[in-house]
Write a protein that binds this ligand. Structure first.
Ligand SMILES: [Zn+2]
Length: 98
């Protein structure tokens, strides 16, 4: 059985049951249409780690890029990177000069 994922650009990722070079059971993932198809073999006891990493990458993507400090000794209340933090008095953004 092969699980095939195709993104909106038509790029494919195939995942299938396989064995590693020592004959141990793994799942193997690779992309289609590249010059060198390099298989990535994932041991069965690390599948949940892989899925957790994919989920965390998705959460980071949903949040967007990290906010940047305003800097320049601006009021920390006006800085998106300082928002929700508790900077020391006098509440100035610790970021560099923009
Ligand atoms: Zn800041």
């Amino acid at each position: 059985m092969t699980y095939a994922f195709t993104d909106t650009d038509g790029h494919h990722l195939d995942i299938q049951a396989d064995t590693d070079l020592d004959g141990q059971p793994v799942i193997t993932a690779w992309t289609r249409g590249t010059f060198a198809r390099v298989p990535v073999r994932i041991p069965l006891d690390r599948i949940e780690e892989l899925v957790a990493g994919i989920r965390e990458a998705g959460r980071q993507a949903a949040r967007g890029p990290n906010p940047q400090h305003v800097g320049g000794r601006a009021n920390a209340e006006n800085c998106p990177a300082c928002w929700g933090t508790n900077p020391p008095y006098p509440f100035l953004c610790p970021g560099g000069t923009p």
